[in-house]
Design a protein around this ligand. Sequence first.
Ligand SMILES: Cc1cc2nc3c(=O)[nH]c(=O)nc-3n(C[C@H](O)[C@H](O)[C@H](O)COP(=O)(O)OP(=O)(O)OC[C@H]3O[C@@H](n4cnc5c(N)ncnc54)[C@H](O)[C@@H]3O)c2cc1C
Ligand SMILES: NC(=O)c1ccc[n+]([C@@H]2O[C@H](COP(=O)([O-])OP(=O)(O)OC[C@H]3O[C@@H](n4cnc5c(N)ncnc54)[C@H](O)[C@@H]3O)[C@@H](O)[C@H]2O)c1
Length: 481
Amino acid sequence: MHTALQRNRGTDMNRVVIIGGGPGGYEAAHVAAQLGADVVVVDTDGLGGSAVLTDCVPSKSLIAAAEVMDQVAHAVDLGITFHDDHADADTGHMKVDLKKINQRVLALAAEQSADIQAGLERAGVRIVRGRGRLDGAKKVVVDLAEGGTETLAADSILVATGAAPRTLTSAQPDGERILTWEQVYDLDETPESLVVVGSGVTGAEFACAYLALGIPVTLVSSRDRVLPGEDADASAVLEDVAKRKGMTVLSKSRMESVTRDGDVVTVTLSDGRSVQASHVILALGSIPNTADLGLEDAGVLLDDGGFIRVDRVSRTSAPGVYAAGDCTGVFMLASVAAMQGRIAMWHHLGDAVAPLDLKTVSSNVFTAPEISTVGVSQAAVDAGKVDAEVVMLPLAGNPRAKMQGVQDGFVKLFCRPGTGGVIGGVVVGPKASELIHPLSLAVAHGLTADQVAQAFTVYPSMSGSIAEAARRLHHVDEYKF
Ligand SMILES: Cc1cc2nc3c(=O)[nH]c(=O)nc-3n(C[C@H](O)[C@H](O)[C@H](O)COP(=O)(O)OP(=O)(O)OC[C@H]3O[C@@H](n4cnc5c(N)ncnc54)[C@H](O)[C@@H]3O)c2cc1C
Ligand SMILES: NC(=O)c1ccc[n+]([C@@H]2O[C@H](COP(=O)([O-])OP(=O)(O)OC[C@H]3O[C@@H](n4cnc5c(N)ncnc54)[C@H](O)[C@@H]3O)[C@@H](O)[C@H]2O)c1
């Protein structure tokens, strides 16, 4: 596959300049380097991007601590008791040291960023610290971190600049008590109480994590349910569990403003109500980092939200300019950003490439319980956009779930009515992120429900419920003589 490209090496190397060192950028850099291009990554904040430094990696590391607290709180149901003389909290009589948790989180993020940088350097990629912008479609000008500018000529440019937290003029973060999700790791004391504004994936994950860490949490949700973009059955389970654990969920409540008076932060809602806490996290969505990049002058079209328009091989409207990741607004996930970046380079450098297929993307909401999805959604089926048979099986009937005291969650499977081909699934439960993989394989490789059902599962295991759901989609009629 690589012969044509290897011809370039040393003589007429293809020059690729990548702006942004997140998953969209660094995964593309690896592909381009492997295919023999001369690759430069321009990055402001550190390799790994927001994914590694402020978003996925830190939040999931924080959630790892929250999961332990959740398990401890639940231990008593399994017959484990704690000595009274050590008792000082409801959450299993343990104390949370948020400063230590945050130190660990930030150290992990820094290590991962350093690993990514080292990996790129080993692959022969040049890294330039600074802010890049396009000067036409064949040049990138960098305002270097150490001062001065550098101009990089390019045969191809990949824009992978990500997105940043959305804020409002009436709700400005101060980095101390009014926080974006990027600022929470600077907390060195545990908040007395917390309001999370926004009940998308980011808001739901932080609300669940801090609740598990023992902090009273109010979740302000502008919609009638939390996680409006997720499977409705799944968000109903999550909301029920969260409320049972003590979270206050304010539905259909739009935040108007956030103000601070000393140690007290007040969130005022558009209907005039207000809620107070010691800290607020704003999780109002993201805006793409596409301003002042010279995109329009280079012929790159943006949509109304400022996201870069791309096709399924990551091409923008400007020949030779590709874009990947959150700046394109296509499924804002690290995994999708990485795939868009790789696809861009496979396409540009002439390797075999299949266009991005969003029907096979799996994703997970790291709440308690986790919510994992792949393929078509219930909403698409209900709207008549997809013809599918659906089976939903509560986890409570699963033997392993009973042993582990798991009462909430389910497995849902979607298959084509005629062929039985699996086209989607939802798993809600502990470690759903790991359980979704067999369904992800089934969707990606066109397996039928029967094929999923006939593969062995371990007894007892949660994955037994996936096979059981698939068995329920079996049609006896098709096998009659
Ligand atoms: C709280 C939170 C948790 C998340 N958790 C997950 C998760 O668990 N799993 C998952 O799949 N996704 C998760 N996501 C989404 C994921 O973080 C993003 O989809 C991913 O970071 C997108 O990668 P990217 O390469 O497009 O951009 P980024 O990771 O944002 O990287 C872009 C980089 O480009 C740099 N940059 C910007 N402008 C310039 C410029 N002009 N010059 C040079 N450099 C520039 C930025 O500083 C940044 O470092 C989460 C998001 C949030 C907010
Ligand atoms: N586990 C993961 O993979 C993960 C984790 C976090 C984020 N992400 C990705 O990042 C992207 C963005 O997710 P997000 O949750 O940050 O943003 P989002 O846009 O999905 O959700 C923001 C929410 O805030 C609400 N909101 C906005 N203004 C408000 C106001 N004034 N008052 C009350 N509510 C208000 C919106 O209605 C919306 O529901 C998603 O695509 C998501 O998949 C992924």
